[in-house]
Design a binder for this molecule. Structure first.
Ligand SMILES: C[S@@+](CC[C@H](N)C(=O)[O-])C[C@H]1O[C@@H](n2cnc3c(N)ncnc32)[C@H](O)[C@@H]1O
Length: 440
């Protein structure tokens, strides 16, 4: 099956249509609201700022289901304009009525760039962050709203964003690279010559969204960029980045960099140091953003205190302004300087364009549970095949009868499909085979 991925430049209207369509389904909103770290941090931030919100006019940029607008009304806002471009606005309006807030929350269906509000606002609230912070490029819309609708001295929630980077190891990747050396022992065929090919395939230039385990982070993360939402301009968002320097905790192989972000909410009653932070750090509770993993071309060994230095630059891709690219120039220890540019994988068909946060996910389902007599499951067989498919809104496993006994782990890979092993209930990602489903 051919799998030629051609990058097509999409015109802006089409990009926006695809982008807003991706927010029209329930799954993405369910995932966002179920992300307790995200939603509860916003709720706490809004309630803690109730002094600044009470009796004031608020603009919720990209209101979705209207959850943040409702929090603002609960914090005492006199009026909330909940602006939402996609059809989820109808559900937001329903939720507003259901909560008897229609006198204070007005849902406006349309883009914030075209919406006409009857008045300026004192507060802007928005949840605009994409993978690696800037994927989706929604921050531009918040800045547009700030410049057009926020009164001087108004409040923006959140008000600051920061980006961090750290070198990481990836034991699953190491196992997958090593796998080709084990085939001879199993089947009498020496496939070790596949290892270079495997490395090129796996350590590619996709931005992989995955939850990095704390033990795999090889140094204190370094901050490389900060955005002040009161001051940053759309022009500055065309290139965001900075320098970083880390020192390795100990001996390990660096396989990748992990990039993550925090956003900060002001807390009027607390000193700056105690501001409320929504963090997507691997050292904090997992969020649906997980971390952006950027694989090097090949593993590099480090020992304790090996310096890892470089610069990161993030910018919108040429093909679609809503897709982020990350360029990293780096030096590890004595190695000469390397550079690599990463982008969100482009499966380039309308239905698989990776705007919505959920669609980067793959789902792993074991198909081969051990069973006792009488049908009660006893656990996983030591190695069982699993089936992986792209998680689309409402998609179901591509084989019958798997519903009740699924063992589903959520992750994302750069390839999207393939077969994996599950050992004692854990997906270990050893590929048994890689099957190309032609997602382009
Ligand atoms: C990440 S979701 C957040 C939804 C909701 N605020 C929440 O916290 O659950 C972003 C929402 O903003 C909407 N959106 C993005 N850009 C927009 C724009 N320029 N104008 C209006 N809505 C926009 C999207 O359709 C999407 O529903």
């Amino acid at each position: 099956m051919s799998h030629v991925v051609k990058k097509r430049k999409l015109d802006k209207t089409r990009q926006d249509r695809l982008y807003f369509d991706s927010y029209s389904d329930v799954t993405i909103h369910e995932e966002m609201i179920a992300d307790h770290v995200r939603t509860s941090t916003y709720r706490t931030a809004i309630l803690r700022n109730s002094e600044s919100i009470r009796g004031k006019v608020v603009l919720d940029v990209g209101a979705g289901t209207g959850v943040l607008s409702v929090f603002c009304a609960q914090a005492g806002a006199k009026k909330v304009y909940a602006v939402e471009a996609c059809s989820i606005a109808e559900q937001a309006a329903k939720i507003v009525r259901h909560n008897k807030l229609e006198d204070r929350i007005e849902v406006i269906r349309g883009t914030v760039e075209t919406a006409e509000l009857p008045e300026k606002v004192e507060v802007i609230v928005s949840e605009w962050m994409g993978y690696a912070l800037l994927h989706e490029s929604m921050l531009n819309s918040v800045l547009y709203a700030r410049d057009k609708w926020l009164k001087p001295g108004g409040l923006i929630l959140p008000s600051k964003a920061e980006l961090f980077i750290a070198p990481v190891s990836d034991p699953v990747l190491e196992d997958r690279l090593h796998f080709w050396y084990t085939v001879k022992e199993q089947y009498g065929v020496d496939m070790s010559c596949m290892s270079d090919f495997a490395r090129r395939c796996l350590m590619n230039s996709d931005i992989t969204v995955n939850a990095v385990t704390v033990e795999d982070v090889l140094s204190h993360p370094a901050r490389f960029a900060e955005l002040d939402l009161y001051a940053v301009t759309a022009e500055e968002l065309r290139s965001v980045g900075g320098h970083f320097r880390c020192e390795s905790f100990g001996s390990a192989a660096v396989n990748a960099f992990c990039v993550y972000f925090t956003v900060t909410f002001p807390c009027p009653d607390k000193p700056q140091a105690q501001a409320l932070v929504l963090s997507t750090s691997p050292f904090k509770a997992e969020t649906h953003w997980k971390q952006a993993v950027l694989y090097l071309d090949a593993p590099v060994d480090v020992v304790q205190d090996t310096p890892v230095t470089g610069t990161v630059r993030m910018y919108p891709s040429k093909e679609s302004a809503r897709h982020i690219c990350i360029h990293v120039d780096y030096t590890i220890g004595e190695q000469k300087r390397q550079s690599k540019t990463f982008s969100i994988p482009d499966w380039s068909s309308d239905s698989h364009l990776l705007f919505p946060r959920t669609r980067l996910e793959c789902r792993f389902v074991s198909t081969n549970l051990k069973r006792k007599k009488g049908g009660k499951k006893t656990g996983f067989s030591p190695v069982v095949s699993t089936c992986v498919w792209l998680s689309e809104a409402g998609s179901s496993p591509p084989f019958p009868g798997s519903g009740g006994d699924e063992r589903v782990a959520s992750s994302s890979t750069s390839r999207g499909t393939g077969e994996f092993r599950v050992r004692q209930g854990r997906v270990t990602n050893h590929p048994i085979a890689t099957q190309d489903e032609g997602h382009d």
